[in-house]
Design a protein around this ligand. Sequence first.
Ligand SMILES: NC(=O)C1=CN([C@@H]2O[C@H](COP(=O)(O)OP(=O)(O)OC[C@H]3O[C@@H](n4cnc5c(N)ncnc54)[C@H](O)[C@@H]3O)[C@@H](O)[C@H]2O)C=CC1
Ligand SMILES: O=C(O)[C@H]1O[C@H](OP(=O)(O)OP(=O)(O)OC[C@H]2O[C@@H](n3ccc(=O)[nH]c3=O)[C@H](O)[C@@H]2O)[C@H](O)[C@@H](O)[C@@H]1O
Length: 426
Amino acid sequence: MNVCVIGAGYVGLTTSAVLADLGNYVYCVEKDEQKVETLKNGHCPIFEPQLEPLIKTHLKNDRLYFTSNLAKAINDSSIIFIAVGTPTLSDGSTNLSFLESVIEELSSCIHSYKVITTKSTVPIGTNQKIIDELISLGVPSHLFDVVSNPEFLREGSAIQDMLQPDRIVIGGKGNEPIHSIKQLYEPLKAPYLVTSLEGAEMIKYASNAFLATKISFINEMSKICDSYNIDIEKVAEGIGMDPRIGPHFLGAGLGYGGSCFPKDLKALTYLAKQKQIIPYLLEATKTINDQQVEFFIEKLMKTEPDLIDKKITIWGLSFKPNTDDIRESQSIKMIKLLSAKGYHLHVHDPVVNIPLSNTTFYESLYDSIEQSDVLIIATDWELYKQADWSLVSKKMKGNLLFDCRNCILPETISHFGLHYLGVGRL
Ligand SMILES: NC(=O)C1=CN([C@@H]2O[C@H](COP(=O)(O)OP(=O)(O)OC[C@H]3O[C@@H](n4cnc5c(N)ncnc54)[C@H](O)[C@@H]3O)[C@@H](O)[C@H]2O)C=CC1
Ligand SMILES: O=C(O)[C@H]1O[C@H](OP(=O)(O)OP(=O)(O)OC[C@H]2O[C@@H](n3ccc(=O)[nH]c3=O)[C@H](O)[C@@H]2O)[C@H](O)[C@@H](O)[C@@H]1O
């Protein structure tokens, strides 16, 4: 099939590369000309494992084409995916301006039947508004259908998540567009859930809200464990053995960040309030997460009250491992809060290097801890979990390791004379 994907971000690029891999011809349309040039040269503008080789392969075999020319891409494609950003506005509602300009641009390019498929996460009712808007802009209704096909990939494992989805959710009206999307995904052999446009929109928000709630729940439990000297990791394992709870997303730590959980929680809270519903649970989830970094800093200060002349190293800047995404990174929030308290920080990240005030960045992991008094692990990159603790111990001046992601076994480092500090860890 010929497919057009609009937006070459984390979702758009992954969708384009995977659909090309499944044997389709894919136009990926991006308005940022510089990004288009980078991509045409086979370079991926983001760090996402497996993505660049896939892009290179399908550029070579002419299944993947990057362009900023929307009209030609639309003309040649029967299915169009929209994967532009839907960030939050200051009142918690969703900024739909990128989506709206795509719809306006699309309206002048549709001259034969298209299935317009929304991958972007959008508020309830947006897909119906897309239909109404296209009609009001003069596109005859028989020339298009709109389908909601929310995306559930995670950054850092985006390709695998898209190749092996737990489920494919398709919201729409009528059989023809739903059948087209099912046909496109047929090689994935994934279970489908077909619902209304609004049902699909809501499934996406409810999924992210539930996952975020699981994280805030375990973080609340970890604070209680901390004050009663109980190991939260054992508690998570113990509750996770109950299949009604499940073992996933019970990783206590600094809390969730990223471009989606914080944004989608705010959007759903806003949508609830629009209907005079008080979303107690969503608000509690956010409150717990918002306080998490401060709580960790307090714990550090209680253990090491006299930090001002000490050398503090922080490992990890991205919001989670295996990505260069720093949107809503809890690690960066921690750095900013510590920096505002007057501390100078020494930081390392395997892929992110951005200017931050009061920080010195190190390319080398072990240079970053030279003469350090305290080492904080803020993002659980594999590189940190596999560190040479004997070398770490030799290089550091002090011996305090603050594991903010519960990613190190305390006994692993105690062998090397390092002192383990965590929240809810023994
Ligand atoms: N990042 C993620 O892991 C996931 C994101 N989502 C949702 O997918 C959507 C996209 O997210 P990301 O890929 O992270 O966004 P992103 O910000 O990484 O990428 C969006 C891209 O769209 C481009 N764009 C904007 N307007 C355009 C236009 N008129 N024509 C062509 N290109 C245009 C931008 O220049 C940018 O490159 C959001 O709604 C997000 O909530 C859903 C699941 C996972
Ligand atoms: O809508 C989206 O954008 C995506 O949001 C999340 O994916 P992502 O944000 O890429 O990453 P996650 O692995 O979900 O992690 C999110 C945050 O939660 C934190 N986390 C995760 C799991 C856990 O047990 N504990 C925990 O603190 C991570 O460190 C990270 O900061 C969802 O997992 C995806 O299904 C969804 O498609």
